[in-house]
Write a protein that binds this ligand. Structure first.
Ligand code: PMP
Length: 398
């Protein structure tokens, strides 16, 4: 039975982790990860999370199944976080939210649901995008194309190219967008840019699917969700995949959500009923723990304030690492303007390092980055940044 099975291609990032783990040099640094590390190089356990977990253990409650769409208090809190407490959408009866197995699970649910809904199964993702976007939609039966996104000259967004690319897609295509902290480039759209993107999507009857996996890592919880709020105001139907993996540092608990903005209460009811079928036939119902913790924090004023503070600490530390890296690269003799690293947002930076330079970083300096030149700025700390800056300078200068 299994003899014809060929080895699947290696995941490039997991392969990188293996190489990093096998490296014996003490100065080694892994910038290939997609995880926030604190100043001590550890994945933090947030104080707000700890408090919610202690309360949950103390409660000694039973462990029943959750409903297919997940914990109701969690789903409602997700909606408030996405659209803002003042949003009229919250009371509109038009929102569908289903707790999901991380942001990945939300994308998969959305993709499976769209597959049933659409005749034209074409999705456009940014060039470049998080690698799993393509694989996931292809696995769900979609043709995946790209629209221009990153401008290597400015290290920012190629807005005109993006608008043109989205315009040219066949009418009614699914357009996948990153709400903030674009992975892998760190290059985000401005408010004015979003208005223009929404305009093209609306004119071409495309279906917007917004992935928000880093809310709070860019500017703050509100501003990072501005695209969602603009889309919602435009009246377009909307798919949103959201994740708390990073913002709650709850990676392995798999806490995410799929939220849909429908056009009427009736649409909401029928859409939810169909979405539940997708859930039922995939995994029946989602896990409890992460959603209980997140819900406890989001629905408690004190814990919420504590969480927001901790989120700001993570965000500020990343910003400090960004400016420190720019400064140290200049001090190490890099004459090229690297200030784009400071302008980019979130955990990642498209550093402009070539594949050959990335290979040299690993071979000569034990610094591991993705071949595309993506570095995880959230893996820098005061203990490793000098080594990283000096090594980057060495490969950039030659
Ligand atoms: N979307 C993007 C853009 C991401 O970067 C990630 C995680 N790296 C996800 C979705 C998936 O999030 P999760 O880990 O919660 O499945």
């Amino acid at each position: 039975l299994f003899s014809p099975v060929e080895m699947a291609p290696r995941d490039p990032i997991l392969g990188l982790n293996e190489a990093f783990n096998a490296d014996n040099r003490s100065e080694k640094v892994n910038l290939g990860v997609g995880v926030y590390y604190d100043e001590n190089g550890k994945v933090p356990l947030l104080r707000a999370v700890c408090a919610a977990e202690e309360a949950r253990v103390a409660e000694q409650g039973p462990r029943p199944y959750l409903p297919m769409e997940g914990l109701a208090s969690y789903d409602a809190a997700v909606q408030t976080l996405l659209f803002g407490a003042e949003s009229s959408l919250l009371e509109s009866g038009r929102l569908v939210t289903a707790q999901s197995i991380g942001g990945t699970g939300a994308l998969k649910l959305g993709a499976d649901f769209l597959y049933r809904l659409l005749n034209k199964r074409l999705v456009a993702i940014s060039d470049p995008s998080w690698e799993n976007h393509r694989s996931l939609f292809e696995a769900a039966g979609f043709e995946v194309v790209t629209y221009p996104y990153y401008d290597p000259q400015t290290h920012g967004v190629n807005l005109e190219g993006m608008l043109e690319g989205i315009e040219k897609l066949p009418e009614g295509s699914v357009v996948l967008l990153h709400a903030c902290c674009h992975n892998p480039t760190g290059a985000d759209l401005s408010l004015a840019d979003w208005t223009r993107v929404i305009d093209v999507i609306q004119r071409r009857n495309h279906v917007p699917f917004i992935d928000i996996a880093y809310q709070g890592f860019g500017d703050n919880l509100q501003d990072d969700a501005v695209a969602l709020r603009l889309f919602a105001e435009s009246g377009l139907p909307l798919f949103i995949s959201s994740s708390f993996s990073k913002s709650f540092s709850l990676y392995g608990e798999r806490v995410g959500a799929l939220t849909l903005v429908t056009e009427s209460h009736d649409e909401m009811l029928s859409t939810m009923s169909q979405l539940k079928r997708v859930i039922r036939t995939n995994y029946s119902n989602p896990p409890t723990h992460g959603a209980k913790v997140v819900s406890a924090v989001l629905n408690n004023v004190e814990l919420y304030a504590k969480w927001e503070e901790e989120l700001a600490e993570m965000r500020d530390r990343i910003r400090i690492m960004r400016s420190s890296l720019v400064e140290k690269l200049a001090a190490a003799g890099v004459t090229k303007d690297m200030s784009f690293i400071e302008r980019q947002r979130g955990m990642f930076s498209y550093s402009g390092l070539t594949k050959a330079q990335v290979a040299r970083l690993a071979d000569e300096f034990a610094i591991y980055a993705v071949g595309s030149g993506r570095i995880c700025v959230a893996a820098l700390n005061t203990g490793n940044i000098d080594h990283v800056a000096n090594s980057m300078a060495a490969v950039l200068k030659d």
